[in-house]
Ligand binder design. Structure first.
Ligand code: KIV
Length: 277
């Protein structure tokens, strides 16, 4: 008979839901989140055990080559999300609402979130900001859409910040971030990304919230971690902040493989007889 007193192995569930990530926080099981933008990568990441796949608007940088995330459109996000959703069996798929799809008008924000859920089959949306977006969060949550918040270095506000440096080092900004985190939880967010803030502040915010926090450049005491997959896998080579750990050097691996293919074509050693009809 199963031991009724032991906690469920939440990291092993067949399908990760918002309830699962909440249970992971409560059980002290760190949540692994990674970005994905296409079907093939999503299949690999999902089968490797990633809990949450974020269809990030960082697609603007790593897929489209833009300098910032601002040019990303809602239609483009929906396309990437559709590709990712087709590739998963287990992971929770969270999709970024892009710049311009929710700021300022909570009704437009709700319509954007509904499109992402309906047209892409996403499981949740993510948006950036604190007090300014709590109306949008409330409307989405009321409509049954799970929302992940995002505080700290929010890239859609890069022109406001003027720099990609660590946020909330000054006490006034830290105080505002603590307040925003509380408001997002009260508005109904199921989780919160904390990007590039001091580890001590991330630890404090994590302890003060009942919803899970997912850190990127926010130290080791958040409830989970997220990285942009192109950074973690070494596909992007020109972005080297200290919070990125490279788990592979795929850029080199791919360049070597493609170089070998080109050489084989030039020397007519590809295709061989058994690769021909
Ligand atoms: O767009 C993105 O990839 C993100 C992560 C960096 C959290 O928002």
């Amino acid at each position: 008979m199963a031991d009724q007193s032991s906690p469920p192995d939440v990291a092993d569930v067949p399908r990760v839901t918002t309830k699962t990530v909440q249970e992971m926080k409560e059980a002290g099981v760190p949540i692994a989140m990674l970005t994905a933008y296409d079907y093939t990568s999503a299949r690999i990441f999902d089968s490797a055990g990633v809990d949450v796949l974020l269809v990030g608007d960082s697609a603007a940088n790593v897929m489209a080559g833009h300098e910032t995330t601002l040019p990303m459109t809602l239609d483009q996000m929906i396309y990437h999300a559709q590709c990712v959703v087709r590739g998963i069996d287990r992971a929770l798929v969270v999709v970024d609402l892009p710049f311009g799809a929710y700021q300022g008008d909570s009704k437009e924000g709700l319509q954007s979130a509904i499109r992402v859920m309906k047209e892409a089959g996403a499981h949740a949306v993510k948006l950036e900001g604190g007090a300014a977006v709590t109306d949008s969060v409330e409307q989405m949550v009321t409509a049954g859409i799970p929302v992940m918040g995002h505080l700290g270095l929010t890239p859609q506000s890069i022109y406001n910040f003027g720099t990609y440096q660590v946020r909330a080092e000054a006490e006034e900004e830290a105080r505002q971030l603590r307040k925003d985190a509380q408001r997002l939880e009260e508005a109904g967010c199921f989780a919160l990304v904390l990007e590039k803030i001091p580890a001590a502040l991330a630890r404090e915010v994590t302890a003060s919230l009942s919803i899970p926090t997912i850190g990127i450049g926010a130290g080791d005491q958040t409830d989970g971690q997220v990285l942009v997959s192109h950074d973690a896998l070494g596909l992007s080579t020109d972005f080297n902040p200290r919070f990125v750990r490279r788990y592979a050097h795929l850029s080199d691996t791919i360049a070597d493989a493609v170089g070998a293919y080109v050489a084989d074509v030039r020397t007519r050693s590809f295709p061989a007889e058994d690769e021909s009809y």
